[in-house]
Design a binder for this molecule. Structure first.
Ligand code: 6GU
Length: 242
């Protein structure tokens, strides 16, 4: 996969791409990331990328010319998914991340200021994504969130032991609790079943805990699920539904 990023502050993004799993996936050739400064496509002698909004009001708007020119340069085969990161976009979810991880060329446009000229949205943007219901000062951090989420599900990014299949959300539930040594820490014990070596029981315990935790912390996630009678039973049993 190739990822081109258009940003006004590339320096926010570049260092994060050189660490951990994002570095590994690039090193093994699973992902090529280029970060560009939108200002390089500015057309006037002041290198301006923004201008005042027609009709007045507070805040500046990203001008159309640099964005049209940049996307024309980068989208050579005209088949890229041109993604605009904006609080007005569709919410980013793990299923959207997984769908995007199958694409071959993504261009990320990081917004700044009040927004972008509507003609850019209509003519060249193919997908609009928000990373949550709050406002960031720019799309760079949102782009990093998206790049990280995509990068880690690409083949080879995670080792066998950290496989993405067991992630939180991989079965539309939050993750179950985890424990490591010692078995007793300051009087607090690790649940006995995890020490039992009984794989079936451990699996069952984890499923129950994931379900309970989801019911407690994110009941909204359960609305979208078809729960089995057994699962409903677990949630309706007072000792479980704690
Ligand atoms: Cl993608 N951009 C900005 N500026 N703010 C956001 C966002 C994106 N997603 C949530 N808030």
């Amino acid at each position: 996969m190739k990822l081109d990023v258009l940003a006004l502050f590339p320096e926010i993004i570049i260092p994060a791409l050189q660490t951990g799993i994002l570095k590994r996936i690039q090193d093994i050739g699973g992902l090529t990331i280029n970060v560009y400064n939108l200002r390089d496509w500015a057309t006037d002698r002041h290198k301006s990328v923004d201008d005042y909004p027609y009709g007045g009001g507070a805040g500046m708007i990203l001008k159309p010319e640099p964005l049209f020119a940049a996307v024309k340069t980068l989208n050579t085969t005209s088949d890229a998914n041109v993604v605009f990161l904006t609080p007005q976009g569709s919410p980013l979810t793990q299923s959207l991340v997984e769908a995007m991880s199958l694409e071959t060329h993504i261009i990320l446009i990081c917004g700044r200021y009040k927004g972008i000229d509507e003609r850019v949205r209509q003519q060249i943007v193919t997908t609009e994504i928000s990373i949550g219901d709050y406002v960031l000062s720019g799309g760079e951090i949102a782009a990093l969130v998206l790049i990280d989420a995509i990068g880690r599900v690409l083949p080879g990014a995670l080792g066998d032991f950290e496989s993405a299949h067991e992630d939180s959300f991989s079965q539309d539930l939050l993750d179950h609790p985890h424990y490591t040594r010692p078995a007793v820490y300051e009087g607090m014990e690790v649940p006995q079943v995890l020490l039992s070596g009984h794989h079936e029981n451990i699996k069952k315990w984890r499923q129950v805990e994931a379900l309970k935790r989801t019911a407690q912390c994110r009941p909204d996630l359960l609305q979208n699920l078809e729960l089995s009678d057994e699962e409903l039973n677990i949630l309706n049993t007072p000792k479980n539904g704690s």
